[in-house]
Design a protein around this ligand. Structure first.
Ligand SMILES: Cc1cc2nc3c(=O)[nH]c(=O)nc-3n(C[C@H](O)[C@H](O)[C@H](O)COP(=O)(O)O)c2cc1C
Length: 341
């Protein structure tokens, strides 16, 4: 008898205890809160229900961005990203789920109820996306030149359309130039607005180790550097602000659109954004945002011509980047609904 065999017989193996349904829901939430949100506001509140087992998701308007996002459009998109992350995290733990979006018209902040279903086999795809949740982060570096493969872009477009939204890849140089110009215009509009600057400053954290939300920027040297969180870092701590720099550092610009512009469209856009970003991460690519062009209403309207009658919700850069790392999150317990709440 080999040593290995004897060890196995003498020490009965303890099977890992199967987690309870409640533990599974909490573990899924622990993963899902890695989802992206505007200014890392994490504007969501969760409830846990036992019978039937369900996770409820509410928009937290105490964390709204009243200036950058006065209609709460991006707040609902952020809630959509965390909803999709919950779905992925449950699938990676072998649980089916049923989603009701905006289930109660009397409670407009009630974004979704996720009711757990039966146990399901854990697929490779589910595990890959769960891994992507842990790896994904916004990358505000200059991206390498060169087009992305059509196979990759087709896969990403499919992931977006599966969530009821559409991916538009800007291929024509005149379209890319137009978007870059509009980003630069929107950037200036926001930069010149003291209320916008105050709101952004409120969510900036300067190298604070214990920060649990907001955007951490190490060593903010002056007033203007925070602007790199709005476009991207040219590589010298300066924001890319004009057309040429935006285009040079963004070989692939994509837009995500919906049919209409209601809270339901925003939630679905958020789910599609999450699917897209997890796909991007799984393809070992990076992503970051050019949101100012959608946040300023005049520049958003100017994008209409590119969208075949659809409504733009998110504009992103996708490519091979080099920067960024995971940002801080509040612990799940701070996001749970209190009994009275
Ligand atoms: C709808 C939406 C819009 C965003 N817009 C911007 C943006 O304009 N500029 C930027 O740098 N990050 C933007 N972000 C990214 C967030 O700042 C980022 O997700 C958050 O700080 C958490 O960091 P992480 O993505 O690395 O986890 C946006 C995120 C979402 C969901």
């Amino acid at each position: 008898m080999s040593l290995d065999q004897r060890d196995t017989r003498e020490e009965p193996r303890h099977e890992a205890r199967k987690p309870s349904v409640r533990e599974t829901m909490l573990a899924a939430l622990d993963s899902a809160i890695r989802a992206p949100s505007t200014h890392n506001t994490q504007p969501w509140i969760f409830g846990i229900e036992d019978d039937p087992a369900a996770i409820t998701l509410f928009a937290d308007t105490d964390r709204a961005l009243g200036i950058a996002d006065p209609t709460n459009r991006e707040l609902f998109i952020s809630c959509g990203t965390v909803l999709h992350h919950v779905r992925v995290a449950l699938a990676a733990r072998g649980r089916a789920c049923r989603i009701e979006r905006l289930p109660d018209p009397a409670q407009p902040l009630f974004v979704a109820r996720v009711t757990l279903g039966e146990s399901i086999p854990i697929t490779e795809e589910a595990l890959a996306l769960e891994h992507a949740i842990q790896e994904r982060h916004t990358d505000n570096s200059v991206f390498q030149r060169g087009a992305l493969s059509t196979t990759v872009l087709d896969r990403l477009a499919k992931m977006v359309s599966n969530e009821g939204a559409r991916l538009h890849v800007l291929e024509r140089e005149d379209e890319r130039a137009m978007v870059a110009d509009l980003v630069a215009v929107a950037d200036r509009v926001q930069q010149e607005d003291p209320l916008f600057r105050d709101e952004l400053a409120h969510w900036l954290r300067s190298g604070i180790a214990q920060a649990e939300d907001g955007i951490t920027i190490e060593g903010i040297r002056g007033f203007i550097e925070p602007w790199i969180v709005r476009t991207f870092d040219r590589g010298d701590g300066e924001a890319a602000r004009d057309r040429a720099l935006i285009l040079e550092g963004s070989p692939c610009i994509v837009m995500l659109s919906t049919e209409r512009d209601t809270p339901m469209d925003w939630v679905r856009a958020g789910e599609a954004l999450s699917a897209l970003l997890l796909g991007v991460t799984d393809e070992e690519l990076s992503s970051s945002y050019l949101s100012q062009v959608v946040e300023v209403s005049s520049t958003r309207a100017a994008l209409d011509g590119l969208l075949e009658g659809r409504i733009v919700q998110v504009v992103l850069r996708v490519g091979h980047g080099s920067g960024g790392r995971q940002s801080a999150r509040r612990p799940v317990r701070k996001m749970l609904k209190t009994r009275s709440g």
